[in-house]
Design a binder for this molecule. Structure first.
Ligand code: DAH
Length: 343
């Protein structure tokens, strides 16, 4: 009997030392100390042993049970410690995981690029309110009271008591409102670049209800159409590339006289005419010489000062840039990472 106990002990200890996981150790524990385990069975057989031998065998068996229990708990501590060490150690030669790096939204990138182009020739970047009074967005810009842009279906109006002098409250539909805010400061000459969010009731492949415009305004003595033309060409070449040219076409805006639409030569066919542009030109946006009524509304003497202005869509110039193919403008604001990551 004593021999049997000794061989159980040796067997148990070597099995315990060989275990590689807590789970394996758990199985060994059941094998020896579980309800039908080898030690438990032995203890159950004690009554069958002669009275003389019983106390001695009993104490050996109990001692054995303690030894095995202790061996198991020591092994358990070792296994747990080893596990921690393994998970902490790492292979220094293994290629690392690059942390995900974000970048600026393509529209923010475009705004920064446009700002940098204009500040290089002396323009100052300004920002004016998105929530605006009628006076700044329409009246001071020479819009008649019945102009369609004042319709509910064109502009977002805010339910608020109109101001006695400045009229209704609205979300500015264009950055031209910034022209009035700049001129009413009474500091001449002016060379401002107002880039801001603008709002209109429209949503389709080439329109979003919120979009951005950049508005240039230059007011001073002897400012002529040739200054406008030179500024335009400089911007077109800096933003779109040396091989692109601009042209001005007669148009109508309330706040400029004369008014123009600016076109740039198509980047695909370089002005020859193709499927995208039809006749070699793409529409960039509006511009013109500041209307005398607008200068007067801002207390500037139109006999002494003249100016030019232009206002174009940030998203629009971004879409017209070489190599950028966005066939639905709304994707810019859909938070689609697969799309945004390409910029
Ligand atoms: N505000 C006009 C629009 O949103 C664009 C515009 C046209 C701005 C002519 C100008 C300008 O400064 O001179 O359609």
């Amino acid at each position: 009997m004593e021999e049997k106990l000794l061989s159980i002990k040796n067997n148990a200890i070597s099995l315990i030392l060989e275990t590689k996981s807590v789970k394996e150790l758990e199985e060994i524990k059941i094998q020896f100390l579980g309800r039908n385990g080898e030690i438990t069975k032995l203890l159950k057989e004690l009554p069958k042993i002669s009275k003389e031998e019983r106390p001695k065998i009993g104490s050996i068996a109990n001692g054995l049970k303690n030894i095995i229990e202790e061996a198991i708990s020591t092994r358990e501590t070792t296994l747990k410690k080893t596990k921690v060490i393994t998970s902490r150690s790492f292979d220094v030669t293994e290629p690392g995981i690059r942390p995900a790096l974000g970048h600026l939204h393509p529209v923010t990138q475009a705004i920064r690029e446009i700002t940098s182009i204009f500040t290089q020739i002396g323009f100052t970047r300004v920002r004016y309110p998105e929530i605006e009074w009628d006076w700044y967005a329409f009246t001071a810009l020479n819009f008649p009271q019945n102009h369609p842009a004042r319709d509910d279906w064109e502009t977002f109006f805010i339910k608020q008591q109109p101001d006695e002098k400045k009229g209704t409250v609205l979300l500015t539909p264009h950055t031209s409102s910034g022209q009035i805010r700049e001129m009413e400061k009474g500091e001449l000459p002016i060379k401002m670049l107002n880039i801001a969010k603008t709002y209109r009731r429209q949503s389709d492949v080439s329109h979003t209800p919120m979009f951005h415009q950049f508005e240039g305004l230059v007011v001073g003595e002897n400012i002529a159409i040739s200054d406008l033309k030179g500024t335009l060409n400089y911007f077109v070449k800096s933003y779109f590339g040396e091989n692109r040219i601009s042209r001005i076409r007669p148009y109508h805006f309330q706040f400029t006289e004369p008014s123009f639409e600016i076109d740039i030569s198509c980047g695909v066919c370089l002005g020859k005419g193709c499927r995208l542009c039809k006749e070699g030109w793409l529409e960039l946006g509006g511009a013109g010489m500041v209307h005398p009524n607008v200068l007067k509304a801002c207390h500037i003497d139109p006999e002494k000062y003249t100016g030019f202005a232009f206002g174009w869509g940030v998203e629009r110039v971004l879409m017209m840039k070489d190599g950028i193919k966005i066939d639905d403008l709304r994707i810019l604001y859909s938070n689609d990472l697969d799309f945004l990551k390409q910029f």
